[in-house]
Design a protein around this ligand. Structure first.
Ligand SMILES: *Cc1c(COP(=O)(O)O)cnc(C)c1O
Length: 350
């Protein structure tokens, strides 16, 4: 084993979807957000697993991602594109039966002219100022849009997992005002919104991060294990340094392991002299800089020489790593590089 090994527990993924489906409540359809290669875990495996668990509507960021999901799932499931109908996407949207969430009058016009009769949804901006039609813009085209029968009216919460100013309530009220009486299925909530309670659920929920086992879904089953093989180990004497820039110097005699994995694999360089790798419950602090392909860690006192050290696993969650690296689980997962051997466990077949 020369590269790091990323193990993805598809049963845990399916259990997380089922739990969020239950949390979404009866009569609410639970979709699945599989953008960014299924949050770095492999969009095809993830989408097939979630389809088997019961998801019938998938969300991606851009049309190209939708193409990969359509290939994995075949005809049937709905694939919605948050980025809407962008210039140049018409063939892909038409041929692969993707559903663009139209974000502006410009996109609405493009869609109606290029693919008349083709399904679409509408994304509304309720205060995040990122994507979607603002209230005045929506008011201007609402009748035309509704006459064409949109599949979904959606918006996105800015502060679902960290609301300190009551912003969720404002967005909820705005969303209601913009969509009440339209007679079209509505969707407001990602993982964080599902946890806010039923008034945020509407007809369709859109969980992403919770499926993959990270905050804000505190009860999520862990999905990912990341294990880095030990290439070499050595004794380091007092006064000797380790790694680029000699940023760590031994105060006493230490045993240091060098593992395969570095920032080219998405292991954030900020973990330099801060992060910890784990060997079956034993912490092995990272010593010196995280380099492109290698990390050095303290294995002094381990009962035996480890074959590999874990960055993510039973001893340290995705969120633990995110906290140490001063980031969020989303970034830890979607940074995972292409060099790992990916192993999928559970699931029922390819
Ligand atoms: C990414 C995204 C989601 C999923 O969000 P999570 O916080 O990962 O559950 C839902 N809706 C939109 C518009 C998104 O961009």
């Amino acid at each position: 084993m020369a590269t790091g090994s990323l193990t993805i527990d598809l049963d845990a993924l399916a259990r997380n979807w089922t739990a969020l489906d239950r949390a979404s409540g009866p009569g609410v359809e639970t979709g699945a957000v599989v953008k960014a290669d299924g949050y770095g875990l492999g969009a095809a495996h993830v989408a097939r697993t979630l389809a088997r668990a019961g998801a019938r509507r998938f969300f991606v960021a851009v049309a190209e991602e939708g193409a990969a999901i359509r290939e994995a799932l075949g005809r049937g499931p709905e694939i919605c594109v948050f980025g809407g109908h962008m210039a140049g996407d018409t063939d892909m949207i038409g041929d692969l039966d993707l559903i663009p969430m139209l974000n502006s009058v410009e996109q609405l016009t493009r869609h109606f002219e290029a693919l008349p009769g083709h399904p679409f949804g509408i994304q509304l901006d309720t205060g995040m100022n990122r994507l979607g039609m603002e209230p005045a813009e929506w008011a201007a085209v609402r009748d035309i849009a509704l006459a064409a029968g949109p599949r979904l009216l959606m918006s996105h919460l800015a502060c679902a997992d960290e609301d300190t100013t009551g912003f969720n309530g404002k967005q909820l009220a705005t969303f209601r005002e913009m969509t009440e009486g339209c007679g079209v299925p509505r969707s407001l909530s990602a993982t964080g919104g599902i946890l806010l309670g039923p008034e945020y659920h509407f007809d369709v929920t859109r969980p992403g991060i919770g499926l993959y086992g990270a905050r804000p879904f505190a009860d999520a089953a862990p999905v990912v294990t990341l294990s880095l093989p030990v290439i070499q180990a050595r004794e380091v004497e007092p006064g000797e340094a380790v790694g680029y820039g000699c940023t760590w110097v031994a105060g006493d005699r230490r045993r240091v392991a060098t593992v395969a994995g570095g920032y080219a694999d998405g292991i954030l360089r900020y973990l330099t002299n801060r992060g910890t790798l784990w060997a079956d419950g034993h912490p092995c602090p990272i010593l010196g800089r995280v380099s492109m392909d290698l990390i050095t860690a303290d294995i002094t006192g381990l009962p035996r020489m480890p074959d590999a050290l874990d960055l993510i696993g039973p001893d340290q969650s995705v969120d633990d790593v995110a906290d140490i690296a001063q980031t969020i689980g989303y970034e830890v997962l979607t940074s995972l590089g292409a060099r790992y051997a990916r192993h999928y466990t559970g699931g029922t077949g390819p």
